[in-house]
Write a protein that binds this ligand. Sequence first.
Ligand code: NAD
Length: 350
Amino acid sequence: MRFGLIGAGLIGCLRAQAISKIPGATVAAVTDVAEPAARALAGKYGARATATLDQLLAVDDCDVVIVCTPPQYHEKAVLAALAAGKHVICEKPLSNSVESCRRMLAAAKAHGKILTTGFNHRYFPAIQFLKKTVDEGAIGKLNHVRAYAGHEGLSQFRSASEYDKKVIGGGALCDVGIHLIDLTAYVLGDVCEVSGIATGSVWNLPGAEDNGFALLRSSTGAVATLQASWTEWKGYRFHLEAYGERGMIRAYYAPMMHLLITMDKPGGKRQRSFSFYPAMAIKEKVLGWQHTVIETFRQELVDFISLAAGGPRGAIADGYAGFRAVEIANAVYRSSAENRSVLLTTAGES
Ligand SMILES: NC(=O)c1ccc[n+]([C@@H]2O[C@H](COP(=O)([O-])OP(=O)(O)OC[C@H]3O[C@@H](n4cnc5c(N)ncnc54)[C@H](O)[C@@H]3O)[C@@H](O)[C@H]2O)c1
């Protein structure tokens, strides 16, 4: 499978490395509004660098494009790629508004092409363990999910556009929070009701909350609480916990770890197991966090290639999951502004 990369920044470069690790997959073409960036990345992989998106789509040597531009430019690239008959992997958040995500879903349907969302955190081994354990019923019926993700905020960003509402569609909930919303919905099932509060009194960025707090309810009655933060003072931290009738699982990063506690009957004897993923910890020490990200991108691509060939989709997040996460973030904003809970009426739409 031949991949075209749109955007040759941090993520475009990591995605190119992931492609190079898959037998039979190649980086065929790269474009970026900053032409030297496109040329530098293309040069590393013997790929073609193009000056424009249209030129990249016109060449017949890519089957799939991966959109790695800032979110406000996702829609234009995705719609053009789908219209040109390409499958698309689009980075998170799918776009900077709910309406824009809807247009992208409609275009994928109209052109009969695959659109997936770059929710690579689904491939963290601790998350895969959590999801599998919940689905297998090891903690009994799911009762609730607790989720948190945060980083330092302003000192973490490379440019002001990364915390600009026009670019990303909001604040912390659309940034670190968008992975968290997706993972919560992935475990909880389809979310039908959202309440929340978005606060911005630490960094005071117009329209971009520095903390977003949400209470979600699924159609099965399971509940989730989550917080996305730009005021985590101690680096990047993230955890997802699932609580059932007979146990709990915690997935934590960084460093990667999981903890599982189960009991054989209500109030019965407790069993405890955990993993600190030592091989991953050593690789991250030597090769940096990028090693983990590239590995998640690699696994996501393997699932994408399978899906495109009509095989199983694995853990890959489709375009609907991307739309749904943006819709939930926006429901928190509405709930916060109008002081009421918001019902999502699109449950189950695909
Ligand atoms: N999956 C993850 O965990 C993860 C992590 C970080 C960022 N992201 C997402 O990846 C995307 C890219 O983020 P990044 O950190 O690589 O940003 P970046 O700023 O490092 O790179 C973006 C690149 O896109 C180029 N660009 C901008 N507008 C363009 C356009 N219209 N056409 C072509 N190229 C254009 C820029 O010149 C730049 O080289 C964003 O959507 C971001 O939210 C995902």
